[in-house]
Design a protein around this ligand. Structure first.
Ligand code: SAH
Length: 539
């Protein structure tokens, strides 16, 4: 599964993964590591450190004009991940193409963050390193790219992080520090045997880091805690402190530590690339900094809040009003008329519904679907097949409960014979779950070396959008609804259906509240739209 679609929006590899064939034709030293697979595609074996190194050096040359040397026995950075971090720091310090002053704690042999930050944005860097080999390479990499005016590499003792590096410069305020800390506490963790999931697959790429680079006493948690404690002394000497994390589970205890220490501004992010996820934490003692919101939360909320909707054009609204009148609706309000028709369809489908308070000039119904009565037998079987094909990891119980017995279909069946009622084609793919995802190809190209490979979860099937009245709705079901309180507890899903005006048209929106699978709401939405439009086309 590829995470490239969730890369930082400015990451140059987000929609344009490296073209191995092109790079191989241009760089002979890279060509040696490129093979052609059975389908004729140029591929790189990421289990070979030489190949990983060749790709990194080639991308830095091709896309940033940087020439670097890195020994095989030290950590070889991957460019897309490092870029994601640089772009996030740009967001923190408003530093895109603006001179800023930063510190890279543990710059590694490549010195990649300072080289990228200086080249892309003209940033000044103090780059620290404890390891002799890394220090020598980093110094040479800066010199051979003529960046010594912007990047100063310093050797520091193991026990120190920020304090020693800054003790000579008491005046300068730095805009930020960044750090890719040694991730692992011991050899077992480094080999991918971690407490989170002992059965995780082996990493898809090689871990090339040397012992001091990837391991630190107490792992990344202790390492970052030490940076936090330095920051508590240095406070406003830096506008932002930041750190990358190899494990999501490090986030909570570190945030808790920052909270305990009363740090006023804290945020985090996630870096997605290839098959790998990383996390990063940032904190500040300044009140006037802009704090970017965590993207995962933003994405989840956007996804949960975005309703499904369809429009009933003005002419259709007029005809539907006439239909509603024929059914006994006395209101002259067009939205009330449409709501009456929607309610009739919902009653026919045995979908529980009740009016809930809403804005003026709108109608709002809370729906509770107990059984799938909107797909007929053939469609259900096809849908079941589709789910099995596309959601290999879907819970089988869920699939079973969403496919009720065929005897319930009769009424819907008759209304669904025409092609325009095809529901399957309307179903959105569940984000991140499609096995045929074309972006998988990119996975092969952009892995990360370190063992802890985390895949992104699919859409949150039980995500709620915090709609008012959702939680107490079951107890207020209208008495004519055919359900006992006991069976209401076993609903398929709940959603809020709003009928509103958009100029002279009417719009029906369906907001997810909770339940098993948002595809079900999508199917019902399509059914309602087709039923309403069909009523118009018949008259
Ligand atoms: N920044 C590079 C390297 C990260 S590996 C990259 O992203 O690719 C972590 C680095 O931190 C190693 O090079 C290790 O030698 C260095 N390191 C470990 N402890 C350190 C300390 N106390 N101060 C500075 N560097 C340290």
């Amino acid at each position: 599964m590829s995470l490239n679609k969730s890369m930082h929006p400015r990451n140059r590899y987000k929609d344009k993964p490296p073209d191995f064939a092109y790079l191989a034709s241009k760089y002979p030293e890279f060509q040696e590591h490129v093979h052609t697979n059975l389908s004729g595609r140029a591929i790189v074996n990421f289990k070979e450190p030489e190949a990983v190194r060749a790709l990194t050096c080639t991308l830095l040359k091709e896309d940033f004009g940087l020439s670097i040397e890195i020994p095989l026995e030290r950590l070889i950075p991957t460019v897309p991940l490092r870029l994601n971090y640089i772009h996030w720091v740009e967001d923190l310090v408003d530093g895109q193409k603006q001179p800023r002053r930063g510190i890279d704690i543990g710059t590694g042999a490549s010195c990649i963050y300072p080289l990228l930050g200086a080249t892309m944005n003209g940033w000044f860097f103090l780059a620290t390193e404890v390891d002799d080999i890394c220090f020598d390479y980093a110094t040479r990499n800066v010199e051979q790219n003529h960046l010594s005016d912007l990047v100063k590499v310093v050797k520091v003792p193991q026990k120190t992080l920020l304090m020693d590096a800054l003790k000579e410069e008491t005046e300068i305020v730095y805009d930020f520090c960044m750090c890719n800390p040694p991730f692992f506490a011991n050899q077992l963790e480094a080999k991918g045997v971690n407490s989170r999931n002992a059965r995780r697959p082996p990493p898809s790429s090689v871990n090339t880091g040397g012992v001091t680079e990837i391991m630190a006493e107490g792992g990344e948690l202790e390492f970052v805690k030490r940076i936090i404690h330095d920051s508590l002394q240095l406070k406003k000497r830096l506008r932002w402190y930041s750190c990358m994390l190899g494990k999501k589970c490090s986030l909570t205890p570190l945030k808790e530590e920052l909270r305990k220490q009363g740090v006023p501004k804290v945020t985090h992010t996630e870096f997605c690339q290839g098959r790998t996820m990383r996390w990063a934490l940032a904190w500040s003692f300044y009140d006037d900094v802009i704090v970017p919101s965590p993207p995962s939360k933003k994405r989840k909320l956007d996804r949960a809040r975005k309703p499904l909707s369809f429009t009933l054009p003005h002419v259709a609204v007029k005809e539907l009003q006439a239909k509603a009148r024929a059914l006994g609706c006395t209101s002259r309000h067009p939205l009330k008329a449409i709501t009456t028709l929607v309610e009739k369809t919902l009653t026919d489908l045995r979908v529980l519904h009740k009016h809930v308070p809403c804005r003026e000039h709108e109608q709002s119904l809370l729906l509770t679907a107990m059984e799938n009565t909107w797909l007929h037998g053939r469609q259900k079987r096809r849908e079941q097949m589709r789910q099995l094909r596309e959601l290999p990891r879907a819970d089988h119980n869920t699939a079973a409960t969403t496919m009720p017995s065929l005897t319930q279909d009769t009424q819907v069946d008759a209304a669904q014979k025409s092609d325009d009622l095809e529901v399957t084609a309307e179903l959105p793919s569940v984000e991140g779950r499609k096995v045929t995802d074309i972006a998988d190809e990119v996975d092969q190209k952009l892995p990360e070396q370190v063992a802890d490979v985390e895949t992104k979860p699919g859409c949150d099937p039980a995500g709620t959008c915090g709609q008012k009245d959702a939680s107490d709705a079951t107890s207020e079901m209208s008495s004519k609804q055919p359900a006992s309180p006991l069976s209401v507890e076993r609903f398929l899903f709940k959603c809020l259906l709003n009928v509103l005006h958009e100029e002279s048209d009417a719009v029906i929106e369906m907001h997810w509240v909770e339940g098993q699978n948002k595809d079900l709401m999508n199917q019902l939405c399509t059914f309602l739209r087709n039923t309403l439009l069909k009523a118009v086309s018949k008259s």
